[in-house]
Design a binder for this molecule. Structure first.
Ligand SMILES: [Zn+2]
Length: 504
């Protein structure tokens, strides 16, 4: 009897060992996937701020060419980290990578932590570290990030605030950008593939299909040499890399409802958002949206890998194409192109691929699309020699400086030939946008002699940031200082902002 039991027990042991599942914690501790060493792959949920800082400190320890810098504080007093790789005294290009501008897009943080790990630990990437200066900001919106909320602590959306800089986070981010002065800026986001608007299509709703969407600036004041570089050189390199790994991509779009009808807004050119706000500083600039928000941790490796792949190929591009980038920046800075103040998108019906949720297959959805590439220019004005502001406009002058724009002051009274704006039409938006009512104006522009007193502010247009200056100072501009209530105005009033047409 005992013998039989012993045999039975032994058999049971053999069977149970043969069938044993390897405990998850054993796999994670001893056999992690070599690519996915970053913190969120080894915990429930996502890396929190304190863990992120510890992870960075541990990863860069002992490397004197890497520094962990703090660029400023969030509303809750958390210090925003930037990891700066500065091995070269004379870098071929300077690249800035930002993530988690929206707190509920954790794949962006993780992808950048993976980039940091690879640059530190993988000898394959040594030449990138040798040749480039690289700043990586893996978590800009920390207060939102720790709560997985899109907005900052006071409910503002950082990627609607890049021209107004109403938040301390964006002030810090822009200050760092201005001082670092990158040639290339990449901003990583995730998008929600299950929008409520998409329930109207397919059998029982559709889902966005692309692993990643590209948002590059189509603002007409983003100068042609840089725009061409992004379209003809940068994006094809990224597309090749994604194709090799069978990852899918498309041009960025989002949905909106107009009179109850769902439309897609495709592409973008608003300086309130990063791609254009940084692009108009004459920088190679791109925002990417990885398919990720609202699906929890599903496809997390794929999402992180996608962001990592794009960031890595951006660095390679900045290394290999550095001469072309410098030339595009130089030509853009010397451009004398007119300033396009307003524009209107035209609408057309298009067939856009989505995943039909019930059929689990791709379908084409016919839908009105307003593509930033299909626009008509509205108000176009000659590029002035400079803009001038009266001495009492210190708020505007400070805001311009925060945006990285050089502002001089007159050391004596000057009488100048100028163009003055008078507000000929004024209304406020019916609803608040990001906490304020927009001022929607029309102006009449008249040539006149203007007496500019000593202390007036002068913004000359022969600077790298001139296009950004124009799009915030022209009163009708869609994300400008008048529209965004930085400069309160009244009907019939002459603005304290002037266009100085000729050198003086
Ligand atoms: Zn986002």
């Amino acid at each position: 009897m005992m013998m039989r039991l012993k045999i039975l027990f032994t058999l049971l042991c053999i069977v149970s060992i043969a069938m044993a599942q390897q405990p998850k914690k054993m796999a994670e501790k001893f056999f992690p996937d070599p690519l996915y060493v970053t913190p969120s792959f080894h915990k429930k949920g996502y890396v929190k701020y304190d863990e992120l800082i510890k992870y960075i400190e541990k990863t860069i320890a002992g490397k004197d060419y890497i520094s962990l810098q703090y660029i400023g504080n969030t509303q809750k007093g958390k210090q925003i980290p930037a990891v700066v790789f500065g091995k070269s005294n004379n870098p071929k290009s300077k690249v800035m990578l930002t993530g988690r501008v929206h707190g509920d897009e954790p794949g962006s943080t993780e992808a950048l932590l993976l980039v940091i790990d690879k640059l530190v630990n993988d000898p394959t990437f040594a030449s990138l570290v040798e040749n480039l200066e690289i700043a990586i900001l893996p978590m800009v919106n920390i207060d939102g990030g720790d709560k997985l909320k899109r907005q900052t602590a006071n409910g503002l959306d950082l990627n609607r605030d890049m021209s107004k800089l109403a938040t301390p986070e964006n002030q810090a981010l822009r200050k760092f950008f201005n001082e670092f002065a990158p040639d290339v800026e990449l901003d990583l986001h995730e998008y929600n593939p299950f929008r409520i608007d998409y329930l109207k299509f397919g059998s029982f709703g559709v889902s966005g299909y692309a692993d990643v969407m590209f948002l590059y600036s189509e603002n007409p004041n983003y100068q042609t040499p840089l725009r061409n570089f992004v379209s003809n050189t940068y994006l094809p390199l990224l597309e090749d890399a994604l194709n090799r790994d069978r990852l899918t991509y498309c041009k960025y779009f989002t949905s909106t409802q107009v009179n109850g009808e769902v439309q897609l807004n495709m592409g973008g050119g608003s300086p309130r958002s990063s791609a254009t706000a940084f692009g108009l500083a004459n920088t190679v600039s791109l925002l990417i949206e990885i398919r990720g928000t609202n699906i929890g941790k599903a496809n997390f490796k794929r999402r992180v890998y996608t962001g990592y792949l794009i960031a890595l190929n951006t660095l390679k591009m900045a290394d290999e194409k550095s001469a072309e980038i410098k030339e595009a920046i130089r030509q853009s800075t010397e451009s004398k192109a007119d300033i396009v103040v307003t524009q209107r998108r035209t609408e057309e019906l298009r067939k856009i691929p989505f995943i039909d949720i019930q059929k689990n297959g791709l379908i084409d959805v016919e839908i009105p699309v307003r593509d930033a590439a299909q626009r008509k220019d509205g108000i176009v004005r000659k590029r002035p020699f400079a803009y001038a502001l009266l001495p009492n406009q210190t708020v505007l002058a400070d805001k311009l400086r925060d945006l990285g724009i050089l502002v001089e002051t007159l050391d004596k009274d000057r009488n100048m030939d100028a163009e003055a704006y008078t507000i000929s039409d004024y209304r406020e938006s019916e609803e608040k946008f990001e906490g304020f009512y927009e001022q929607i104006v029309k102006t009449e522009v008249a040539s006149k002699k203007v007496n500019l007193p000593k202390g007036s502010f002068i913004v000359k247009m022969d600077q790298r940031n001139s296009n950004l200056a124009a799009v915030v100072l022209e009163p009708e501009a869609e994300n400008g200082f008048v529209r965004y209530h930085v400069l309160p105005v009244k009907l019939g009033e002459e603005l304290p902002v002037y266009r100085i047409i000729n050198n003086y």
